[in-house]
Design a protein around this ligand. Structure first.
Ligand SMILES: Nc1ncnc2c1ncn2[C@@H]1O[C@H](COP(=O)(O)OP(=O)(O)OP(=O)(O)O)[C@@H](O)[C@H]1O
Ligand SMILES: [Mg+2]
Length: 223
């Protein structure tokens, strides 16, 4: 069974004056434990594709199976559950919630899954311990350095042990050293947990961390 099996994915954005066909027919198969890197110029549809794969946005047409589940057959509520169970997300701007502490931010994906307060806290503290960052638990995001924010975003993506990680330009705002540290963390998670990772990054140093590299050209993936 493939982690991700996408066939003829098309995405058209309709706007008041015109419409834009960003993805014209993406075919993508990702095996479990594979690290896939998607490249392509700005505006070619990388974020659009990651949103569709991560079930945050429906395709205009095409078929998407996630770990054997045909996502087109699911209700909105079932999609939300699938997202919470199967995916961890890391975004370019990291999207920590500013009013929540580090610990509460890490707990979020578990809260969405309906995990009760005590086990939620316990699991999140465990991840903080693994990263040796327990001392940051009660801090707010504004009290962190960029490198620390980046690690919290990674911990939040990992806490639920989701089988698939989606990372959209996770190193865009990082200097060389923090970028290398982020990609190494992702590779380690991939090695130890057989996690499937789909990421896009313009940084050349991401290339060496991927098993397969695709480019988006004319709305399709090419190798
Ligand atoms: N919600 C939307 N409505 C209309 N057009 C959109 C929407 N989201 C994205 N687009 C357009 O679709 C195209 C692809 O956008 P997308 O964000 O997927 O590109 P990208 O490859 O991630 O670019 P970047 O490298 O700059 O992040 C762009 O032309 C963008 O303006
Ligand atoms: Mg983008």
């Amino acid at each position: 069974m493939k982690a991700i099996h996408a066939t003829k994915i098309q995405k058209i954005y309709h706007r008041p004056s015109d419409s834009l066909e960003v993805l014209t027919g993406v075919d993508l198969q990702v095996t479990q434990g594979e690290v896939v890197l998607v490249k392509g110029r700005s505006g070619t549809g990388k974020t659009t594709l990651l949103k569709i794969i991560g079930c945050m946005e429906p395709p205009t047409s095409g078929i998407l199976h996630i770990l054997g589940t045909d996502t087109s057959k699911l209700t909105l509520e079932e999609l939300t559950q699938l997202r919470a169970k199967y995916f961890g997300f890391i975004f370019q701007s990291f999207n920590l919630l500013p009013a929540l502490t580090v610990l509460e931010n890490i707990e979020l994906p578990l809260a969405i899954r309906g995990v009760k307060r005590a086990p939620r806290k316990e699991e999140s503290e465990l991840v903080l311990d693994q990263f040796q960052l327990r001392h940051l638990a009660q801090r707010l995001p504004e009290e962190l350095s960029t490198g620390q924010i980046q690690r919290v975003a990674v911990m939040r993506a990992l806490v639920g042990k989701a089988p698939i990680l989606i990372a959209d330009e996770p190193a865009a705002n990082l200097d060389q050293e923090n970028a290398i540290s982020l990609f190494s963390m992702l590779r380690e998670v991939n090695d130890t947990r057989q996690t499937t990772i789909v990421l896009c990054s313009q940084k050349n140093l991401a290339n060496s961390y991927a098993d397969t590299i695709y480019r988006i050209e004319n709305g399709r993936l090419v190798t």
